[in-house]
Ligand binder design. Structure first.
Ligand SMILES: Cc1cc2nc3c(=O)[nH]c(=O)nc-3n(C[C@H](O)[C@H](O)[C@H](O)COP(=O)(O)OP(=O)(O)OC[C@H]3O[C@@H](n4cnc5c(N)ncnc54)[C@H](O)[C@@H]3O)c2cc1C
Length: 306
């Protein structure tokens, strides 16, 4: 694809970006998808809760997505976009890591987020196989086993109640964060135990999680056998392109946008995990599709004035 002839640049080749590209390609937009790095769920052997694709490996899901772009005027370039700005001619100028630039009429940012996992030995290695973020994605596989939830605050409280639906044996590892006494009593009545000691390490094997080790005073440790751990971890945007383009960032660290992905910067849309809202593959697919359609709508309004 000639870089001069591109209508829309989609940054990010995950479920949100490929969905946006499909929608735009089907209405004959010339689309360049810039894809660099693995999708967020790359460490997971299978993606779940995805209609018609439940249990498909993340890489296979994206392979199918790319294959189905073949009939359209969509090109995927394996290179990071390092800068994007509004040019004097009103278009956007985007720069690839290797120095090439592309001028486009619109941009879909489908760049995702990065999880900032707690610095606990063994935890990152088990991310996606024994340590998870979402019961809808991985709950079924560990349901009925002794489970844990690690984290503090309202999100962790929500998660611990969700996880209780999967198992009769649930421990909430709060890391010492305060839990309202009434809430703690109610949780304990529902069979959820609260452990305030810091998690020192997690132990996992190819079969999944085995245990969580708690630090107890001077050199003391307690091993709590667990078959799955759900973790509340902060996250950050995986790219600064939104900020470079002037898109505001919300309090929860996403790019500000309306439900269609339209940001306050005309011509720039956001889709998937980087956008406000629930984070999952189906949501990313929907977000990409809606953002693609709304961006195309804006181009049509310019191209076919009435
Ligand atoms: C361990 C784990 C397991 C999960 N399992 C499930 C599951 O089973 N089911 C489910 O529905 N959801 C699951 N999720 C959530 C799911 O992975 C995300 O919601 C989904 O991947 C979001 O899609 P996205 O396209 O927005 O972002 P991503 O899939 O993260 O894709 C964004 C892509 O953009 C690339 N990128 C970023 N910046 C640039 C740039 N400047 N230039 C070029 N490329 C760039 C990134 O490297 C990445 O490849 C899981 C998440 C985790 C962490």
């Amino acid at each position: 694809m000639e870089l001069e002839s591109v209508d829309v640049l989609v940054v990010g080749g995950g479920p949100a970006g490929l969905s946006a590209a499909l929608t735009l390609g089907r209405v004959r937009r010339r689309v360049l998808v810039a894809s660099d790095g693995p999708p967020r769920n790359a460490t997971s052997p299978a993606a779940h809760n995805v209609f018609t694709r439940d249990g498909t490996a993340p890489a296979e899901l994206l392979r199918i997505g790319r294959d189905q772009l073949a009939p359209y005027d969509v090109h995927v370039r394996e290179e990071r976009v390092v800068d994007a700005r509004r040019a004097d001619d009103g278009r956007f100028a985007a720069t690839f890591a290797g120095g090439d630039t592309v001028s486009v009429r619109g941009i879909v940012l489908a760049t995702g987020v990065r999880d900032l996992l707690p610095d606990v030995p063994g935890l990152a290695q088990a991310w996606g196989t024994g340590v998870f973020h979402c019961p809808y994605c991985h709950g079924w596989e560990v349901a009925g086993r002794p489970l844990g939830v690690m984290g503090a605050g309202d999100h962790a409280l929500h998660l611990v109640r969700l996880v209780r639906g999967l198992s009769d044996d649930v421990v909430w590892f709060t890391g010492g964060a305060e839990v309202d006494a009434g809430v703690a009593e109610s949780l304990e009545r529902s069979g959820i135990r609260i452990r305030p000691e810091p998690v020192a390490s997690v132990q996992a094997s190819d079969e999944g999680l085995r245990s969580v080790t708690l630090a107890r005073g001077a050199d003391g440790h307690e091993v709590v056998s667990r078959g799955g751990l759900f973790v509340v971890a902060p996250q950050e945007l995986a790219s600064d392109l939104g900020e470079r383009l002037g898109c505001p960032v919300t309090e929860s660290g996403r790019l500000e946008a309306d439900p269609t992905g339209r940001t306050p910067v005309a011509g720039v849309f956001v889709a998937g995990d980087a956008a406000p809202g629930m984070q999952s593959i189906p949501f990313a697919m929907m977000g990409g599709s809606v953002a693609g359609a709304m961006l195309n709508h804006d181009l049509i309004v310019e191209d076919v004035p009435v």
